[in-house]
Write a protein that binds this ligand. Structure first.
Ligand code: AMP
Ligand code: MG
Length: 337
């Protein structure tokens, strides 16, 4: 019986499909050690050879299915966890990407954590603490909607955030960003060594597409709730953010946790690319359903014999002591209501 053979490797994605995914995501990967100039090096409107949205739908569905399958094994194996870090400027589509890409996976195996302006309690702790506290466990995919990288982004672009963090003067004044990059790299390496793979995605939106999306939020009544005048104010710091992102990519794209810059001017393309990067990581982990030991298989066999010998006598009382409802042969029990 092939399907219960404990030595059988569970069906794996074909090598050619796996190579196709690796090739597709390669242009988005930030080579560790490279010096990045975001505006020059990455095109937000790139469509990677997929010309039509309709072609993209099939690809996205394939990706979603792949994620669901691998996530089930990741959970069963309970050895590795995956942390997906999602960073972007406003209106780049973080929420929609999470909704679509994760639409096929079992909600029990996924946890989404959003990070807002830190509370006064969080400001009184070291800067990585609140992120540490919300990491996924083994077997889980955790998604950070904004992440520890805000600590070298919004905090860098608006230094008053750093002042609020009450660091000792020598730490605050002496190479603070360089030290943060190093602390983040060390922390991520520690997590990798402990079985937690980190997938870092930046949704790269153009300034013009952001303008159009903000306008749409104003013009369409059911999108009004998404509009925030704070987001429009933040847009004035566009260049400072591009510079902070470029620095961050240059310093924190590592071999074990590289950054992927996802073209985000087309929402559908961003979703396909995000799904592909996450799928690539899961394929690489290649989680397997646990195989049973000889003892466990013997126990299973004994349990089966015991259960099969418990043939019910007709109309046995149920747990409440009521007589079980008699069901005529060939008829199904009707649901109430
Ligand atoms: P949103 O994700 O649109 O709900 O907004 C969350 C807000 O929290 C954004 O304006 C972020 O810039 C801000 N934020 C997130 N993390 C930090 C942080 N570590 N320090 C300061 N502001 C932050
Ligand atoms: Mg916002």
């Amino acid at each position: 019986m092939a399907d219960t053979d404990p030595s059988a490797k569970f069906e794996k994605i074909s090598d050619s499909a796996s190579r196709r995914i690796a090739r597709f995501i390669e242009p988005f990967r930030v080579s560790p050690g490279s010096k990045v100039n975001l505006a020059k090096d990455f095109d937000p409107a790139f469509e990677g050879g997929i010309k039509k949205k309709e072609d993209g739908v099939a690809l996205l569905n394939e990706g979603i299915e792949l994620l669901a399958k691998y996530q089930a094994r990741l959970a069963a194996q309970d050895t590795y966890g995956v942390l997906v870090v999602l960073q972007a400027l406003d209106a780049a589509g973080k929420d929609g990407t999470i909704r679509h890409v994760m639409s096929g996976v079992n909600p029990q195996g996924v946890r989404v954590e959003s990070f807002k302006v830190p509370s006064s309690r969080e400001l009184d702790q070291d800067f990585l603490r609140r992120y540490q506290e919300r990491l996924p466990s083994r077997g889980e995919i955790g998604i950070f909607n904004r992440s520890h990288y805000e600590e070298v982004l919004v905090v860098r672009v608006h230094p008053e955030n750093l002042v609020r963090q009450q660091l000792p003067a020598e730490t605050r004044e002496h190479h603070v960003w360089k030290r943060r990059y190093e602390a983040i790299n060390d922390w991520e390496r520690y997590l990798s060594e402990n079985g937690f793979r980190i997938v870092k995605l930046f949704l790269n939106l153009s300034k013009e597409e952001q303008r159009l999306r903000f306008l749409r939020r104003i013009d369409l009544p059911d999108h009004n709730w998404k509009f925030s005048s704070h987001d429009v104010e933040e847009r004035r710091f566009w260049d400072a953010y591009q510079e902070a992102f470029s620095q961050m990519f240059s310093h924190t794209s590592t071999a074990s946790a590289p950054w992927y810059v996802i073209p985000a001017d087309r929402k559908w393309f961003a979703r396909i690319a995000a799904a592909a990067v996450i799928a690539h990581t899961l394929i690489d982990i290649d989680p397997q359903y646990p195989t049973l030991s000889e003892d466990a298989r013997r126990d299973l066999g004994a349990a089966k014999v015991a259960l099969e010998s418990e043939v019910p006598s007709a109309a046995a009382p149920n747990a409440n002591g009521d007589a079980a409802r008699a069901t005529p042969p060939g008829k199904l029990i009707q649901k109430d209501g």
